[in-house]
Design a protein around this ligand. Structure first.
Ligand SMILES: NC(=O)c1ccc[n+]([C@@H]2O[C@H](COP(=O)([O-])OP(=O)(O)OC[C@H]3O[C@@H](n4cnc5c(N)ncnc54)[C@H](O)[C@@H]3O)[C@@H](O)[C@H]2O)c1
Ligand SMILES: N[C@H](CO)Cc1c[nH]c[nH+]1
Ligand SMILES: [Zn+2]
Length: 441
């Protein structure tokens, strides 16, 4: 069967085609909102009964209300049955992620002297509880468990809850349970999709609500997060995985081709683009892609074929400046620079969730184990949001202390400002401070 790979010359594309490439699967998320609205509402009104019904419908799993939470025995069984080399790989990756994220932990309080005697600062406190969404549909993701749980734990969140869709036999993937245990997750629930997001936001008989929900997921998960975003902090938008490779004529076409397949295998709704100013590189990459794609097993081959004929493919730009402008407009989740001088090319990039420099830094190593977080903003939201970090799980309070002298120095300006804004009580509190019992406006 022929492989269909989009091959576009950017200057020849009309505005509608460009818009579609830049918008990618965001359109699917908009249409999923109507699909999940009744599910979210049913969980809000019926609690566990609705969660169990949708778990039966979407995951094919028959659970009882008291079976929604993973038991100690299930954690022990997962640990016992897991292959040693996989455990070691998880432990090593967790260590790198911990080292990187530990550097993000802020001091408990930072103060500066704004004026003599006027001291101000910020006090960092963890969010009290969080819900981590770990997807399970077109993959099982122990890596997502530690990418989410490590920063939450380092931030000091007291109650870390994880949800993930169960297998049809009602179990949770043992590698995910092992990673959850290793990273100090407090509660794990067998529920997924929009029903899990609604349960975390509203609470049910089995699960207490949380203050924030974060984690990647399908269009259904993204849509449900959108619907509950008025009552919980839903973090960064992390939908279908996507990648861009920015390459010049120096790039090794084979390496570019095999790297382009990495994120394309997540699902048909993913996006994987090569953007280059070199027609000959683009043609070589296309030919390697055709050879490689037919060797991938199903269902991954089908996903990659859909991506290459859908939201992904190859874009040829007139120059590297135009290529960089396309990348910045696209604002990819994952970006790899296959260029002669990747550190120079870096200076041309404004918008990307992560930027991987040079041919030895493929997406795969950053997905799992280099240290930085692999949960990144998608759908162009890298223009506005950052990767998951310790900071996501922390909120700050401003703290101010004024000495008597500092108060006297600032008083007249503030009275002037308060009177201008027509707030007499604001001004009077300053004017009458030392005139006990005599309140004058
Ligand atoms: N941005 C990131 O950092 C990042 C990281 C990892 C994965 N991802 C992405 O996360 C996504 C994971 O998606 P997934 O499907 O594998 O798992 P998922 O757990 O997000 O979604 C599957 C769940 O969706 C629900 N669902 C399925 N069909 C439905 C329907 N018709 N109506 C309502 N609900 C339905 C079911 O409950 C099902 O268990 C992929 O797109 C992947 O690319 C992103
Ligand atoms: N590419 C995903 C983030 O978009 C991370 C991941 C985990 N496993 C495989 N890939
Ligand atoms: Zn990936």
């Amino acid at each position: 069967m022929d492989v269909n790979i989009n091959f576009w010359k950017w200057s020849e594309l009309d505005a509608e085609r460009r818009r579609r490439i830049l918008r990618r699967s965001e359109e699917d998320i908009s249409s999923a909102i109507e699909a999940v609205r009744p599910i979210v509402e049913a969980v809000r009104l019926e609690g566990d009964a609705a969660v169990l019904r949708y778990t039966r419908e979407f995951e094919g799993a028959e659970l009882e209300p008291d079976g929604l939470r993973v038991s100690e025995e299930e954690f022990s069984r997962a640990e016992a049955e897991l292959d040693k080399s996989l455990k070691r790989a998880i432990e090593n990756a967790v260590e790198n992620v911990r080292i990187f994220h530990a550097a993000q932990v802020p001091s408990a309080m930072e103060m500066i002297e704004v004026r003599p005697g006027l001291v101000a600062g910020e006090r960092a406190m963890p969010i009290d509880s969080c819900g981590l969404y770990v997807p399970r549909g077109r993959g099982s993701f122990p890596s997502m468990v530690y990418m989410l749980a490590v920063p939450a734990k380092l931030a000091g969140v007291k109650r870390i809850v994880m949800v993930s869709p169960p297998e049809s036999d009602g179990s949770i993937n043992p590698a995910c349970l092992y990673a959850a245990h290793l990273c100090g997750v407090d509660e794990v629930y067998k529920m997924g999709g929009s029903q899990a997001i609604a349960a975390l936001a509203y609470g049910t008989e089995s699960i207490r609500p949380v203050s924030m929900i974060t984690g990647p997921g399908s269009a259904y998960v993204a849509a449900a997060k959108h619907l509950v975003s008025h009552i919980v902090n839903t973090g960064l938008p992390a939908g279908p995985s996507e990648s861009v490779i920015l390459a010049d004529s120096s790039a090794d076409a084979w390496k570019v081709a095999i790297d382009l397949l990495i994120e394309a295998e997540h699902g048909a709704d993913s996006s994987a683009l090569l953007v280059t100013d070199s027609v000959s590189l683009a043609e070589s990459v296309r030919s390697y892609l055709e050879d490689c794609i037919i060797r991938l097993p199903e269902p991954r081959q089908g996903f990659v074929r859909s991506v290459m004929a859908g939201y992904g493919g190859i874009i040829v730009a007139d120059s590297m400046e135009e290529a960089a402008a396309i990348v910045n407009d696209f604002a990819p989740e994952h970006l790899m620079l296959h260029t002669r001088e990747p550190f120079f090319t870096l200076s041309m990039i404004e918008n990307a969730g992560e930027i991987l420099l040079g041919e030895n830094t493929p997406f795969s190593i950053a997905n799992y184990a280099t240290g930085p977080n692999a949960v990144l903003p998608t759908g162009g939201k890298a223009k506005l949001y950052s990767p998951v970090s310790v900071r996501d799980f922390i909120k700050y309070s401003s703290v101010v202390y004024a000495s008597k002298e500092a108060f006297e120095n600032i008083r007249d300006d503030v009275i002037r400002l308060a009177e201008f804004e027509n707030f007499p009580a604001h001004a009077a509190a300053l004017k009458n401070r030392d005139k006990t019992g005599k309140y004058e406006l």
